[in-house]
Design a protein around this ligand. Structure first.
Ligand SMILES: *[C@@H]1O[C@H](CO)[C@@H](O)[C@H](O)[C@H]1NC(C)=O
Ligand SMILES: *[C@@H]1O[C@H](CO)[C@@H](O)[C@H](O)[C@H]1NC(C)=O
Ligand SMILES: *[C@@H]1O[C@H](CO)[C@@H](O)[C@H](O)[C@H]1NC(C)=O
Ligand SMILES: *[C@@H]1O[C@H](CO)[C@@H](O)[C@H](O)[C@H]1NC(C)=O
Length: 680
């Protein structure tokens, strides 16, 4: 979620619509949803019939738009996104306020047409597809043939069925393989498609399908990154990401027809494979029809005395838990710090775009063999390459605090003790996490110096909208936050010189006024370092563990939020080199995207206003009547090269756009060995 970036990171809503106000007329026997729910695999057309059977409830539509609109006041990037500076001008130009007005005026035949699906990955209209996402799809629509983009020895690029496709599909979808095999022409097995060159997709150049998908995917990320999300990839942990072609969170496609040239075959074949929708990993099975679907999975928040927008009051369903967890660290952090002087703060910066939920198992044959190096954790794994001098840190996420920070320190020291002189950090599909963990990793790698102490990430600013300004004034003048739980409390921040603010200092008065894309905007003064050494889990080393020029950062461009804060500071301040795997040759790849600053759940501002005695202020959002989450960039990070402007829209060109071949694609160990050859 959300986090940031560019294109959309930042804003997502997950949600579902409440049942109570919608009258479902259908009788159980011909209830279109009764044909779907509870079944493990369904035909996407049947699923769509269920989703389109529910008409739009005008009150709910208005409520959702109103909540999003008021939440946008706290999103730092609204006016910047109207037209980003070069090189992102063509990529990022979205006027969210206008979009909401358009969606508000337009009528839609069903919730599906509004793209507002109960507990499915839904979007409001075409444009908000990029803004609004639900991580927990009710059903996920799969094809068994993930695609990759390969480059041959002459530099020619083709799109291919992944060489490991059958291995992945037969392990993950064992109970559907026969359905797909049956759809293939005689003499062509699913396995024989491995590695095949794709000549056309649905009658068009496959690149056209990639570009079409790039229009609607990847939030505000750079074009190259959005193109690449069509293809399969990996994440430390280890998970196989099918890519947008082979995995959809909405039942959009029923089948795909491909012209393929199989390996060692002289003639091309045409195949048509059906998409099959599998029940999501967190979808409850005890749902049987439209009524139970809506009442069971779609929760209404109507009574302010019982429930409000605070995540703590959300009912404890798997869907909600999972969705809100990403935003919990900050809240949990403040809640547990009852001492106002502790200044404990655990900002998170997490990409919350429509990244697909994936629980597809990574093939064991491609998984780098574990080396039992200390420091391995759920998010981090360490390896020594056969050259005896290159260490590797595979880091799937920054979502961890002291334990992960300690693991990172132990792992890097372990690599050094085994003789590592240089380091690869593989950040592929790392969507961020705890900001201070990003700061810690930069600090321990680069040692104590001007760029790491006291600020090892980036300064930020937050949006000084009139309600936010009043919340801060209430904290200061009316003591509405005695326990330091408010995100706005001055005790959490330092000034541009990294000096802590006085507890009664109003850092939004005067607000810093700016003209952005011809819109007046206002921000707080510049906020400095936020990860005080007193919170480190161990003393950081006195010297750099690896000098910047001995570090190579590898990813597929999907390194967002806290990952981007780390990558940007390592590359631009310490001289680390960057590699993006794959990507179209003619497109400059960005080594990270969606930098953001600090992301949060937009609904937390309801609680902020309420605690400050401003619940009924006209700018405060109403209670959201559906289950959902709006992720937004609450603080925006300042740049390294131009410190007066956000880092988000400054260039992050990869030093190497590394071609992928059939031998190394989706094979992390082979990729790292190739990176050593090309980069050290
Ligand atoms: C969104 O809020 C603005 C005021 O901030 C208002 O002018 C506009 O009409 C609202 N849009 C919608 C669709 O409600
Ligand atoms: C294709 O031909 C090459 C060379 O004869 C052979 O090594 C390879 O195994 C063949 N691959 C397949 C999938 O048949
Ligand atoms: C892993 O390393 C630890 C400490 O070096 C050792 O005690 C343990 O036996 C090792 N485990 C394996 C499976 O090699
Ligand atoms: C402080 O509380 C008083 C009494 O409720 C209210 O009138 C005043 O507007 C509040 N001031 C701020 C800055 O919130």
């Amino acid at each position: 979620m959300v986090h940031t970036g560019n294109r959309w990171a930042s804003l997502s809503i997950l949600g579902s619509v409440l049942a109570s106000e919608v009258t479902i007329q259908t009788r159980q026997s011909d209830d279109p949803c009764a044909k779907v729910v509870g079944k493990k695999w369904v035909d996407p057309a049947v699923l769509r019939a269920c989703f389109t059977s529910v008409p739009v409830d005008p009150d709910l539509k208005e409520n959702i738009i109103d909540v999003i609109n008021k939440t946008l006041l706290f999103h730092t990037s609204v006016n910047y996104q109207i037209s980003a500076p070069e090189p992102f001008t063509n990529d990022v130009h979205e006027d969210l306020v206008k979009d909401l007005a358009r969606i508000s005026d337009q009528s839609y035949d069903s919730e599906f047409d509004l793209h507002l699906l109960c507990t499915s990955h839904y979007v409001i209209g075409w444009i908000l597809l990029k803004l609004i996402s639900l991580q927990d799809a009710v059903y996920i629509n799969f094809l068994p043939i993930p695609l990759v983009q390969l480059t041959d020895t002459y530099g020619a690029q083709t799109i291919n069925i992944a060489p490991e496709a059958y291995k992945v599909a037969s392990a993950e979808f064992a109970d559907q393989i026969s359905v797909w095999e049956a759809a293939l022409p005689d003499g062509i097995s699913l396995e024989s498609l491995d590695g095949a060159t794709v000549l056309s997709i649905n009658g068009e150049d496959p690149l056209a399908a990639v570009d079409q998908n790039a229009e609607a995917t990847g939030g505000f990320e750079g074009l190259g990154t959005r193109q690449n999300s069509f293809f399969s990839s990996y994440q430390q942990g280890w998970t196989y990401l099918m890519g947008d072609f082979a995995q959809q969170n909405l039942p959009l496609s029923d089948s795909a027809t491909l012209q393929v040239q199989r390996v060692n075959q002289s003639l091309a074949d045409t195949i048509t494979l059906p998409y099959r929708a599998r029940i999501g990993p967190n979808t409850m099975i005890d749902v049987t029809d439209t009524d139970t679907w809506r009442s069971g999975l779609c929760i209404a928040f109507t009574d302010d005395s019982v429930t409000d927008n605070s995540v703590d009051s959300y009912p404890d369903t798997p869907t909600i838990r999972r969705v809100t967890k990403q935003f919990m660290p900050r809240l949990a952090g403040s809640a547990s710090s009852n001492s106002p002087s502790s200044k404990s703060k655990r900002g998170v910066n997490v990409m919350h775009d429509q990244a697909l939920v994936s629980n597809v198992v990574f093939p064991p044959s491609l998984t780098p063999p574990s080396q039992n190096i200390s420091g391995n954790s759920a998010q981090s794994e360490f390896f020594m390459l056969d050259d005896g001098i290159t260490g590797v840190l595979a880091l799937g996420s920054f979502s961890g605090e002291a334990d992960l920070q300690r693991a990172l320190l132990h792992g890097l020291m372990g690599l050094k003790s085994k003789g590592a002189k240089q380091l690869i950090v593989d950040l592929t599909n790392n969507g961020g996490g705890v900001m201070c963990t990003a700061a810690w990793l930069h600090r321990i790698l680069a040692g104590p110096k001007k760029t790491t102490e006291p600020q090892a990430i980036l300064d930020t600013k937050l949006r000084a909208n009139p309600l936010a300004q009043l919340i801060l004034k209430a904290i200061i003048h009316n003591n509405t936050d005695p326990d330091g739980q408010s995100a706005y409390n001055p005790i959490h921040f330092t000034n541009a010189d990294n000096v802590p603010f006085a507890t009664d200092f109003d850092y939004m008065d005067p607000a810093v006024k700016e003209m952005i894309n011809e819109h007046e905007d206002a921000f707080s003064q510049r906020l400095g370092s936020e990860c005080p050494p007193i919170n480190w889990p161990a003393p950081p080393p006195d010297e750099a563990l690896f000098e910047g020029n001995k570090v190579v950062l590898v990813s597929n461009g999907r390194c967002a939020s806290s990952c981007a804060l780390f990558a940007v500071t390592m590359a631009k301040e310490e001289g680390a080199k960057t590699v993006v795997l794959g990507g179209r040759k003619s497109i400059q790849q960005q080594y990270c995207g969606t930098v953001g600053g600090e992301s949060t759940n937009g609904f937390s501002f309801y609680d902020e206003a309420k605690a400050a005695g401003l619940k009924d202020h006209p700018l405060n959002q109403p209670i959201l009547k559906v289950q959902g989450i709006v992720g937004l960039t609450w603080r925006l990070a300042f740049g390294v090269e131009d410190p007066t402007q956000p880092e988000e829209w400054q260039d992050h060109p990869a030093d190497l756009n590394m071609p992928l071949t059939a031998e190394i694609v989706n094979n992390p160990l082979a990729i790292w060995n190739e990176v050593v050859k090309q980069m050290f």
